[in-house]
Design a binder for this molecule. Sequence first.
Ligand SMILES: Cc1cc2nc3c(=O)[nH]c(=O)nc-3n(C[C@H](O)[C@H](O)[C@H](O)COP(=O)(O)OP(=O)(O)OC[C@H]3O[C@@H](n4cnc5c(N)ncnc54)[C@H](O)[C@@H]3O)c2cc1C
Length: 401
Amino acid sequence: MADNMEPDRIVVLGAGYAGLRCISTLALARRQGLLDARLTLVERHGYHQLITWLHEVACEVIPAERARVPLDRLIPDDQVEIVQAEVTGVDPEQRQVITDKGRMPYSRLVVALGSEPAWPQIPGLRDYALSLRWWHQAVHVRTHVRRQFAKAGRARTRGARRRLARIVIAGGGFTGCQLAGEFAHWLPLLADTYDVPLDDVHLMLVEAEERLLPAWRRWVGRRAEQVLRRKGVDVRLGAPLERVEQEYVVIAGERVPTATLIWAGGIQAPPFLETAGLPTGPQGRVYTDAFLRASGFRDLYVAGDSALAIDARGHVLPATAAQALRQGEHVAKVLLAEAAGASPPPYQARHLAMFISLGGGDAVGDIFGVPVRGRAAGLIKEGVERWYHNMITAALASRDG
Ligand SMILES: Cc1cc2nc3c(=O)[nH]c(=O)nc-3n(C[C@H](O)[C@H](O)[C@H](O)COP(=O)(O)OP(=O)(O)OC[C@H]3O[C@@H](n4cnc5c(N)ncnc54)[C@H](O)[C@@H]3O)c2cc1C
């Protein structure tokens, strides 16, 4: 890692939806001679993850490898230096990124580190719960659940079998609902494979608030609840998770034996952003100005889940891949405009079309406020995700060719 300050070095942190889009746009501009800056991408994993497919990986709907693409094959190495490292802090005063491999200077920084599960102080939660935020966790959930069903098939007592064949998902937001929808289709197949009577299979989705998808429009949550209940999901609302032990969980005072708890109860931006003195709001996300710079910071931009984007009506925009892509692209445009000595374009924060899959090709969502549901919504969601996957693999094919 270089110790000397480069005259102009743009460092992008995170190769998720926002970071990859940003660095790819900058790399293309550099190749075309529109940008004269050294480009560095810092990412802990050696791959880009298609996170919107993780619940499908976890439930064996798609092969795991489909949901990640190696970074060195996605990013032109003649334009971008890829550093595989864990970012542990940012020092805006010194203009340095702190990583597990040392400090790295920047002249302009793009923080696109996404979000991570928020872990509230629920006894036992961190010790026993699984989560679903990264690719390897999806693979782990899949392996774990399969293993529990295999054990359930061999269990000597009904009590033991029911504990092993019960999945509890805590958190009825985006991740929890999508995961419950896929499990509803997968668990009967597992039960069949391992000779577990269907009566002993139990899928619970518990949410502390009185409705699913509390951060979304009310009708979306109602629709998700109807569909999931119809698929046999035991949806419990106003039911906080209170305690987690190895053999059971306690939900709203009720002791529920289970071998699988998946925590999907909320996200937060990396906590070191706040420690670095960046202006943070709810979920530790960073307030940004009209150009997606961290408010009050001249050379530090934030995009994706780490940023707190607010629309003209004062609503916080949800943390979604679509928002992250749009912001990553916009930050690149701002950087390019600045490099060309032009006025950067302000960012227009707005609600985008969004969809939540509910398993078996079913989904719910809206396009510019118009509700779409059922198979039609599922097809649109699938189409958008395929488009994204194809766009990435097309880039690969053109490089390989
Ligand atoms: C199971 C699941 C399903 C989802 N489904 C959908 C969906 O259908 N539609 C939708 O719009 N949104 C969906 N989302 C939300 C969506 O995935 C996020 O909003 C989106 O990934 C945000 O993009 P981002 O670029 O901000 O962050 P990410 O895509 O998470 O990228 C952040 C990157 O930063 C890297 N990173 C993080 N911390 C560090 C560190 N300390 N050091 C080095 N590297 C680091 C990560 O490895 C990652 O590559 C889903 C989320 C989950 C968990």
